[in-house]
Design a protein. Sequence first.
Lengths: 269, 518
Amino acid sequence: MKPGRKKQNPYLIAGMAMTGSAAGLGLLGAFWTPFGTTAMSAAERFQAPSLRHLFGTDNFGRDLFSRVMQGMGTTICISLLVVLFSAFFGILLGALTGYFGGVFDEAVMRVIDAVNGFPSILLALVMISLLGNGRQNLILSLGIVFTPSYVRIVRSEYVKLRDADYIMRARLMGVGKLRILFVHILPNVLPVLGVSLVIGLNNAILAESGMSYLGIGVQPPDASLGNMLSDAQGFLQSAPWYALIPGLAIVWIVLGFSLFGEGLRRLGE
Amino acid sequence: MKKKLCGLLLTALLTMAVLGGCSDGTGESSGDNSSAEPAYGGSVVVGIQQDIDSLDPHLATAAGTKEILFNIFEGLVKSDEKGNLIGAVASDYTISEDYLVYTFTLRDNVKFHNGDPVTAEDVKYSLERASGLLDGTALISALSPEKGGITGVEILDDKTVQVTVGSANTELIYSFVAAIIPAGSGEEEGADPIGTGPFSFVSYTPQEEIVVKKNPDYWQEGLPYLDQVTFKITGSAQTALMEMQGGSIDIYPYLTDSQAQALAGGETHQVLTSPSNVVQALFLNNAVEPLDNVLVRQAILYAIDKEEVNVFVGGGSGSLIGSAMLPSLTDYYVDLNDEYGNNANVEKAKELLAEAGYGDGFDLVIDIPSNYEFHMQTGEVVVEQLKAVGINASIHPVDWDTWLEDIYNGRQYTATISGITCDQTPGYLLNRFQTDSPKNFINYSNEEYDRIFVEAQKEQDPVKKAEYYKQLQKLLTDDAATAFLQVPGNMTALSNRLAGYRFYPVYVQDLSTVYLVE
């Protein structure tokens, strides 16, 4: 990511533009929306997209543009927190197991295998049903589900690098273990990790939307792209824009992050 | 779950209910095809929204279960499509002048599904089991001796059974719709239900389907028409719609407004409309802070805009109500909508909240059974309305079993949106609000209410009785016991190849009169 070396990278530019616009709208939506996100209006139910309501209105007469803004913000924010949570524990556990190996490594990796053994959405559903509904629990359970993949990625890099010459030398020079772990090795793991973080973000967005679609996660009347989609499915024929718009918003964000991730990968090469 | 709430049921069923826009359906008892010649034979699939809670007719609690068991079981009497009682297992009955002794004459040639004729012994056993005389556990509380129900069952001769009851109650006869089952079969009913209804039980696969087949010995001549009926439990309203369009579901009650619109072309199904017999309300737990304060409850009633709920959720097809009574029970219904208004009165609500010491509002969690899209959508509207007066309401979806267990039976909640169903007696909707009623899940308590209710049950003059019931409704409204919303409309999809479907003023699905027209 040294700017000097950046060549033409249309993936990165397109990805940044798409994710940037989505994140920008979402951020703006946290402070200002054209209409109240839960304000209902009996007179304006099922309005098709127009100048007044850019994306139309839903079955309660709520402005879909405002709700998409809020929904994008909610979805991106939850996904970011999920990825941060899982990346933090992924790096921590991956570094310790990869570098030190031994019994601790075995124990942690077997637990990770066990977690991986469950279908991930199912595992998240089980956790939610134990913990109860709500955003924090959604973040926690998706975070736990996403952690194993980061542990594996980080661990394999640490296994590869722990015997590298420069690490041996650092060790011989008496550098502290913590410093070796997080100052000497970690930066070399980042390029690989960066790409998987972006991919993870994509998966987190899809997972959050999926959970909210199932009625777990963000609860009405708060908007998230997933629960809007779920509300909309009853009106596919009569108000197609209602389902189309949150659906397209999800596509937009996921595509944006995919392009962004691809751009990052090429940048690293 | 020994306490079965008898009757009632909650039901929510409504669920769906929404009805709406499609006003071309008829409220009449059958569809346009009814002129066609009834044909015998064939099978149909009925989509239902929830699993059943018990195959034992005395244990079943949910309205959604009872509406199905209606096809398998019958009581001494049963309801017809006008809501009147007709003899079923009993061909005739007389009630003594003091309403304390009931004498039933059994119909000849009524047979159980296993081929045995129904005897006076079976009737005695069934009534004693339901009322708790058998083992002390009343399965149907209205019949229990403690509630003024059955105190003794005597067999006068092979065809005559005399029942004595504890208190005079002109509506008790409606409780004799309780199923008659073979003597001694109580333990097995849950697994292998045997009754006398038009259809006999074939199989039940949890979460999947219940299959029943024609009872060739049914006492009503010529019924039923169909050879087999499958009640299919559908995962979601959306799948149900696709299955209807694909032709794998023939009958589906409680359509939502949007589903009805999707079917509106009429290529596969016609949509019939009738009132649902469900009272939908935002139930308030009168024993929990801050709802134990009548001012707070009144503020909530002022804050709610029932008209908006009706338009948003039901497409305007519901009837707004101010108390626990169906407007269709015209003799007993009193319109109390004006007391708090059909539209929101934000000023008044805020004033009352300030007076109650909640000028800054408070947090209110509304538990809603999440399988009922109709209630969930109602919740979204109500939350918004409550926010306008400073009450920070939020929705907490719960699954149906949890709702029954924790909220309805456990009363562990502050507010909930659901529906209660009505049997055909007006007292049925009102009796749950007596202080000591096991069904009083809102913990309403008013000595005057209890007193008047007892008076009303004893009263034999219909005009005076209606007067009592109106007073009871007024008390509920004055005390803001609960925020009654509406009686939603009910739209039912009926395949174009069928006719003869009847709507009942009670919560049942009668398949015995349905026939194929092809």
